[in-house]
Design a protein around this ligand. Structure first.
Ligand code: ADP
Length: 161
């Protein structure tokens, strides 16, 4: 049986950098679950359920048929196990990401028994959710940096304010 990867993140918002990691992992794993989670250090900027829907539409349009999107609370490893995933997936942009991720990965492996697989950011290594939100709040176009459905969601939020 093939491996099932669990790609967790705040995805607040989900960017083309995240999407690139999803595309790469969809080729490597039998199944990939994108877990949209709550980061206890960060206040959510965008409604999580709506972000899940925007990611689902993006995945569907790209025919990434072995990718699922779910919303979860609590520990990433618990959510991964619930969905029968056996490997955690994280993206690396640079050494700072590595240092941050490695602490969590060691913990997840030693204490909780799940290994982590890193994927390189590649073309979108300069991109972060916070940079996208900074541009967006200053009325700059973000179309190049996020999937169409995420851009629509952000627009909808702005219009409702
Ligand atoms: P978290 O708040 O849980 O760190 P993020 O949503 O910021 O979640 O990121 C989720 C994962 O995606 C992390 O492993 C992060 O390093 C990775 N990531 C973030 N931005 C990019 C990018 N532009 N390219 C590749 N990976 C990225």
């Amino acid at each position: 049986m093939g491996n099932i990867g669990f790609y967790a993140g705040s995805f607040d918002p989900f960017t083309n950098g995240h999407l690139q990691i999803v595309k790469k992992t969809a080729e490597c794993f039998e199944k990939v679950i994108i877990g949209v989670g709550y980061n206890s250090d960060k206040m959510p900027r965008v409604d999580k359920q709506k972000m899940v829907e925007a990611i689902k539409k993006t995945i569907k349009e790209l025919n990434l048929n072995n990718v699922e999107v779910i919303l979860y609370n609590g520990l990433t490893v618990d959510a991964a196990k619930k969905y029968n995933a056996n490997i955690l997936i994280r993206g690396l942009r640079n050494g700072t990401d590595y240092q941050y991720e490695e602490n969590i990965a060691m913990m997840n492996e030693k204490v909780l028994g799940l290994d982590t697989c890193y994927f390189r950011a590649g073309d979108f290594g300069y991109l972060s959710s916070s940079v996208v939100m900074e541009l967006y709040s200053n009325n700059m176009s973000i179309d190049e940096y996020v999937p169409k459905y995420v851009a629509e969601l952000l627009e909808e939020i702005k219009n409702n304010k």
